[in-house]
Design a protein around this ligand. Structure first.
Ligand SMILES: [Zn+2]
Length: 246
């Protein structure tokens, strides 16, 4: 039912000559894996661009070599180590105030430089904080490290640098730790399409390493529905934010 309502809404937008911008962010890549191949294959089949949030500490040449031929894949900085330094029961956080600010900033700077060197033209100066959490004092320092864009989860808010967020998370992190039911995802996407004020671009968030069959099936269905729909434009992060390519 929700899928039909979503399709109807998109058809209606197209009839009015309107469109919506979408972008796809996938987190936690470190090296080539069968799951990454599945993601890259799916995106390529539908000609949908993709931003991979790569964890810098352990990544290396093998991922960079694999992505060389992928013309539609951007690489963003996903923290440094993806380790949490918060004290339970506080929520997991790498980029909080649990450590001295200069230690955190040195790691982020190292991550920026490492991924830029590895990925060259595929690199975008975007920070994706692990668990989508970052302390305001760290955000304020990001432009000084070379970052030009921040991406977390939820509606964008004013910050020291532009935000390009994700809004639709296909995973159920609290319940089954698998993909969320397609019906509720379609309904939520429809809500984002109808939201006022409008979202500049709707970000879809995926985590290829932990996708189950439900998650893969939803992503396949979403791209099949939207990739060639006249009301949908899947965009690269670098094209949504002027001056992002470095
Ligand atoms: Zn992550």
């Amino acid at each position: 039912m929700s899928r039909a309502a979503l399709q109807q809404h998109l058809d209606h937008l197209a009839e009015q000559g309107r469109h919506v911008d979408l972008w796809l962010r996938d987190d936690d890549a470190v090296r080539p894996t069968p799951a990454l191949e599945q993601l890259l294959g799916l995106a390529a089949r539908h000609e949908v661009p993709l931003t991979l949030a790569v964890i810098p500490e352990e990544t290396g040449e093998d991922l960079a070599e694999r992505l060389t031929a992928e013309r539609r894949v951007d690489v963003a900085v996903h923290g440094w180590s993806h380790r949490s330094y918060s004290t339970p029961p506080a929520k997991k956080q790498e980029l909080g105030r649990d450590r001295p600010l200069d230690v955190v900033l040195d790691e982020l700077s190292a991550g920026f430089r490492k991924l830029h060197a590895l990925h060259g033209a595929g690199f975008v100066p975007m920070l994706v904080p692990p668990w989508n959490r970052i302390a305001p004092q760290i955000v304020a320092a990001l432009p000084g490290l070379g970052f030009r864009l921040l991406s977390v989860f939820g509606r964008e808010t004013p910050a020291a640098l532009p935000l390009l967020n994700t809004h639709l998370d296909i995973m159920d992190w609290h319940g089954i730790h698998g993909g969320r039911p397609a019906d509720s995802l379609h309904a939520e996407l429809l809500e984002h399409l109808r939201a006022e004020p409008r979202l500049a671009a709707i970000g879809v968030l995926t985590h290829h390493l932990v996708h189950d069959a439900t998650a893969w099936a939803f992503l396949e269905e979403l791209l099949a529905l939207t990739a060639r729909h006249p009301a949908c434009r899947w965009r690269r992060a670098r094209d949504l934010v002027p001056g992002l390519a470095i």
